[in-house]
Design a protein around this ligand. Sequence first.
Ligand code: XMP
Ligand code: MG
Length: 175
Amino acid sequence: MDIMQREILFPRDEIQRRVRELAAQISNDYSGHELIVIGVLKGAFIFMADLIRALSIPCRVDFVRIASYGGGQESGGRTVLTKDIETSIRGRDILVVEDIIDSGLTLTYLVDWLKERNPQSLKVCAFLDKRRRRKVSFEADYVGFTIDDGFVIGYGLDFNEQARFLPEVYIIKQQ
Ligand code: XMP
Ligand code: MG
């Protein structure tokens, strides 16, 4: 895959408009509550930074890091939490923020892990959703954009750690 062979899928203004919409919806749904927003490193950090700054309710932030093995650009079968949260979430309202849902394995694993800590509520907000690639059924509560198959980079998403810094989302052209 050549990351220079790419085209814009979502320009900055479209991303910012959608992020504001999501933040308005989330602020409305949690009106009067304080959220704990848990980002999945590394891919979600840019989306999460934009999203929380557009909220009109207070929040605290924390992060997890998850490694999945055996799949190359695809998620393999084995998912391991390599960095846990540092906040107590018992009895709290939790919003997990992820960059992209593909097979659904990562978030299925993470949601199960977090629910064992007995939060008051737990919802998931994913910037992108490749709905047709699920290996396990998983539905996010908030989705920025639904996309078809294909590899995307930018706005936090990487290919071998490259391209996270790009402010737009690009799709890599198949050769
Ligand atoms: P699963 O399959 O567990 O995987 O839902 C979600 C994780 O897979 C990675 N992923 C991508 N990363 N461009 C990326 O930069 C993509 O098109 C893509 N598709 C899946 C990503 O790490 C995500 O957290
Ligand atoms: Mg990721």
